[in-house]
Design a protein around this ligand. Structure first.
Ligand code: XLS
Ligand code: NI
Ligand code: NI
Length: 438
């Protein structure tokens, strides 16, 4: 059965193509900065947005029209697996990502959930074998079920904590079986609403304990995926512990978990934290913690995680700039944690959305590669800090300088080197020039 029968395979037709069902920039084979686009971009379909979600919002029910609407329970779950492989094939997506509850219904007990997962994972495994598609990452949803109202790793209820552990255990087993390249933790309920009822220290210690248990269990079963934490400052919880890249890195360092984890950074989460996406990527990159991306974009006029498909080429360029400077994402990839708008309810809209996102990132990759090749910002930054390459600057950098030696230097140098312009506007104009030219 075909679930997307109105759409065929999406191919690259070049930037002048007028076919809405074609890539204008994403040309998987094309070489950019020494690798093919496909190797750098490693695009993934988010199972939850593309197959499980139906377009609800806090004020309205589902609007999406899908070929599996008439089914329910396990039949629906099975149909979605078929649809998933058809979609990835047509869309030329090599990877996918899912939460446990996206693929299988929870049923009425943990045992039933485990068995539902096993049945569906059998089908996914077959689909992967015959199509060559790969699992970028899986994760456990520990935020939707009412049991997680107070959190999962940070809950006040030890029985709920145990349930979360059981979900993670299964998630790791599934990940191993399907050869997941990463395993993600996103803590939507790991945080607090009011300090009046919260033991902040115990909650954070317990979260770290759960992560350590996961590290141990993965080792025990020989699951060698890269562990990732996905920061987000708020929503659904008022204050979330994995607030942003910097906060999450220091959390991991404090609990000696930093060698086992990297970060999965999401564009819309960055802006919710009051950062640009490139800020989050840069912080992770310089700390050796850049793992994977959740590609989407928010709406500056709306204050929540709108998870729109990324279409902003300016942002994509700066995103890919960091990715290239990181020499790619290693085991990571670019997961479209993005959904079509509720009004875009037809199956075709899923294709338009992914084409828009993949083309935007492909174009960003090309521009970023050129910016790096021409050392547009590198040369400027190098020169800007050149006072640290010699004399007193070199002493500071080498760690030899003391407050006393610097004070002595300053006393003898009442006329410091004059400051130079930061040339921000010139650099932004250059960036525009590259975006428009490429
Ligand atoms: C929600 C998160 C979530 C994670 C996976 O805001 O982005 O979808 O990516 O749990
Ligand atoms: Ni995400
Ligand atoms: Ni999100």
């Amino acid at each position: 059965m075909a679930y997307f029968e109105n759409v065929g395979k999406i191919n690259y037709e070049g930037s002048r193509s007028t076919n809405p069902f074609a890539f204008k920039h994403y040309n998987p084979e094309e070489k950019v900065a020494g690798k093919t686009m496909e190797e750098y971009l490693r695009f993934a379909m988010a199972y939850w947005h593309t197959l499980t979600a139906g377009g609800t919002d806090p004020f309205g029910t589902e609007t999406a029209v899908r070929g599996w609407d008439h089914l329910s329970g396990m039949d629906k779950a099975k149909a979605r697996v078929e649809a998933a492989f058809e979609f990835m094939d047509k869309m030329n997506l090599q990877y996918f990502c899912f939460h446990d509850v996206d693929i299988a219904p929870e049923g009425s007990s943990l045992k039933e959930f485990y068995s539902n997962i096993d049945t569906i994972v059998d089908l996914i495994e077959q689909g992967m074998k015959s199509s060559g598609k790969k699992l970028l990452w899986n994760t456990a949803n520990m935020f939707t079920n009412p049991r997680y109202m107070h959190g999962a790793g940070s809950t006040c209820n030890a029985d709920v904590y145990a349930h979360a552990a059981a979900q993670i255990k299964k998630g790791l087993e599934v990940g191993k079986r399907l050869g997941a390249e990463n395993y993600v933790f996103w803590g939507g309920r790991e945080g607090y609403e009011t300090l009046l009822n919260t033991d902040l220290k115990l909650e954070m210690d317990n979260m770290a304990r759960l992560f350590s248990m996961a590290v141990d269990y993965a080792k025990e079963i020989g699951f060698d995926a890269q562990f990732l934490i996905e920061p987000k400052p708020k929503e659904p919880t008022k204050h979330q512990y994995d607030f942003d890249a910097a906060t999450t890195i220091s959390f991991l360092q404090k609990y000696n978990l930093d060698q086992h984890f990297k970060l999965n950074l999401e564009a819309n989460h960055a802006t919710l934290a009051g950062h640009t996406f490139e800020h989050e990527l840069r912080v992770a990159r310089i700390n050796g913690m850049l793992g994977s991306l959740d590609a989407n974009q928010g709406d500056m006029l709306l204050g929540w995680d709108t998870d729109e498909f990324p279409v902003n080429i300016y942002d994509a360029t700066l995103t890919l700039y960091e990715v290239l400077k990181n020499d790619g994402l290693g085991k990571g990839g670019i997961n479209f944690d993005a959904k079509v708008r509720r009004q875009s309810f037809e199956p075709e809209d899923l294709f338009h959305a992914h084409i828009a996102g993949m083309d935007t990132y492909a174009k960003g990759l090309k521009v970023a590669a050129k910016l790096i090749e021409d050392r547009v910002f590198d040369d400027f930054v190098e020169k800007r800090y050149s006072s640290f390459n010699e004399g007193i600057g070199a002493e500071i950098v080498s760690g030899k300088a003391t407050l006393a030696s610097l004070a002595e230097y300053a006393l003898n140098n009442e006329q410091p080197r004059k400051n130079e312009s930061g040339r921000q506007e010139m650099l932004k104009a250059l960036l525009n020039q590259y975006i428009l030219a490429e």
